[in-house]
Design a protein around this ligand. Structure first.
Ligand SMILES: Cc1cc2nc3c(=O)[nH]c(=O)nc-3n(C[C@H](O)[C@H](O)[C@H](O)COP(=O)(O)OP(=O)(O)OC[C@H]3O[C@@H](n4cnc5c(N)ncnc54)[C@H](O)[C@@H]3O)c2cc1C
Length: 378
């Protein structure tokens, strides 16, 4: 097959803008279609937590690549990668979480991750409450960044690399040949089309007769004003997380492990989530956070919790199904996907991410990506 010279990317979230730049910087003519504004999808709602503390080797390789790139970009434009340890803990009395955590840390260490297993009294270097902690993992290779600043940086880089932006343009996709159709009926053929439309990717491809195994599910987050300068914390017992934020703390959880409707969902945070989350932050950080803002968003689940990345039909590629890890993987996925589309490069997309490994009509349950369990890969 000839190397594609004209490629369309659909969706200007973290994954789409990275892929568009990585294609354009290799000399490809890229048109980036976005129905709203860049970063207006789930990337603009993400917490921006990043780490390489994975138990599976394929996840480690992708995360490692992404972390290296985040660091190399830090300081460009408004983008800053804030180096911050990631503490994931199991509370006293939660033997299942403690066992899963111990096993996960052992596997992370087999993959040379800078992760240690510590007890509560070894956590005292951090300004967090530890008297209810049975066991914790501390990952050094971690941090957080503002996802909107990441998108902003890549929009600038895409513009410099000659990417043609079509914002405010909702499109449909067709294969054989790869084609993009705007809602106004404008039809353009490309050498390849990359669908990076987040949780909308399923409908977009289904409309073209290409089913993918993706289920959206709703999650929630908030920002509270307080003085918190501690680590990123994931509590495996109640599955909540928090990280430092310029005005205090950003906290999340509120996961609904049922399929949501990607075209009709509630973007407002639930009262129960706000109450519970502020209480959790108060408990762990020993601060009194005041609610600044709260919101909901959608993540995408797959049957085996690996994403769907690669070609789904002749010349049509997809990148979705992140289980809440799409931001932290975007710098690596954009690069790997660009190389895949162009048939070149030093790395390849793991076969475990092949979007065609499922028929697309499977029945499966939504499992949140942050859960620590026997099949843990996050
Ligand atoms: C509350 C919350 C917290 C999160 N925290 C983290 C975190 O800490 N770390 C992490 O790694 N991930 C996190 N995530 C997950 C993360 O947000 C996603 O995995 C990531 O943003 C996915 O990026 P994307 O580019 O694939 O999709 P999106 O950012 O959703 O981008 C898809 C884009 O496609 C556009 N689009 C859709 N359909 C069409 C169409 N037909 N035509 C044109 N454009 C279209 C949309 O408008 C959108 O801009 C979180 C998510 C939420 C909701």
């Amino acid at each position: 097959m000839d190397t594609p010279e004209r490629v369309a990317v659909v969706g200007a979230g973290a994954v789409g803008v990275t892929t568009a730049f990585d294609l354009a910087s290799r000399g490809t003519h890229v048109t980036l279609f976005e129905r709203d504004e860049p970063g207006s999808g789930m990337t603009g709602r993400a917490a921006g937590i990043c780490y390489d503390a994975y138990a599976e080797d394929i996840d480690v390789a992708v995360a490692d690549r992404a972390m290296t790139r985040f660091r190399s970009l830090s300081g460009d434009g408004d983008f800053v990668f804030h180096e911050t340890p990631y503490v994931f803990l199991a509370r006293e009395g939660d033997d299942a979480a403690a066992t899963a955590l111990t096993e996960s840390v052992e596997r992370m260490r087999i993959h040379d991750r800078a992760v240690s297993l510590v007890s509560d009294d070894e956590l005292t270097e951090f300004p967090i409450r530890t008297d209810d902690v049975a066991l914790a993992g501390v990952a050094e290779n971690a941090g957080w960044a503002d996802p909107s600043a990441y998108v902003g940086l890549f929009v600038e880089q895409c513009a410099s690399a000659g990417v043609e932006f079509r914002t405010g343009t909702e499109v449909a996709v067709r294969h054989d040949p790869p084609t993009v159709v705007t809602t106004g009926g404008e039809t353009t053929e490309f050498d390849a089309v990359v669908v990076a439309a987040g949780v909308s990717s399923r409908r977009l491809l289904a409309d073209d007769g290409v089913p993918i195994a993706l289920k959206p599910y709703r999650v929630q987050a908030l920002v509270g004003d307080c003085d918190y300068r501690g680590p990123i914390v994931y509590d495996a017992t109640d599955e909540s997380y928090l990280r430092p934020h310029p005005t205090g703390v950003l906290a999340g959880d509120g996961v609904e492990v049922v399929e949501a409707d990607a075209s009709s969902w509630d973007a407002t945070a639930d009262d129960w989530f706000v109450g519970d989350s502020l209480e959790t932050v108060h408990h762990r950080t020993e601060t009194a956070p005041e609610l600044r803002r709260a919101w909901a968003g959608l993540c995408g689940a797959t049957p085996d919790r690996n994403p769907l990345v690669g070609d789904v039909a002749d010349g049509v590629y997809v990148a979705t199904g992140w289980h809440g890890h799409g931001f932290m993987w975007a710098p690596a996925i954009g690069d790997l996907l660009a190389q895949d589309v162009l048939g070149e490069g030093d790395g390849s997309i793991p076969t475990a991410f092949d979007p065609c490994r499922f028929d697309g009509d499977e029945s499966f349950s939504v499992v949140d990506g942050l859960t620590l369990d026997e099949d843990e890969n996050s």
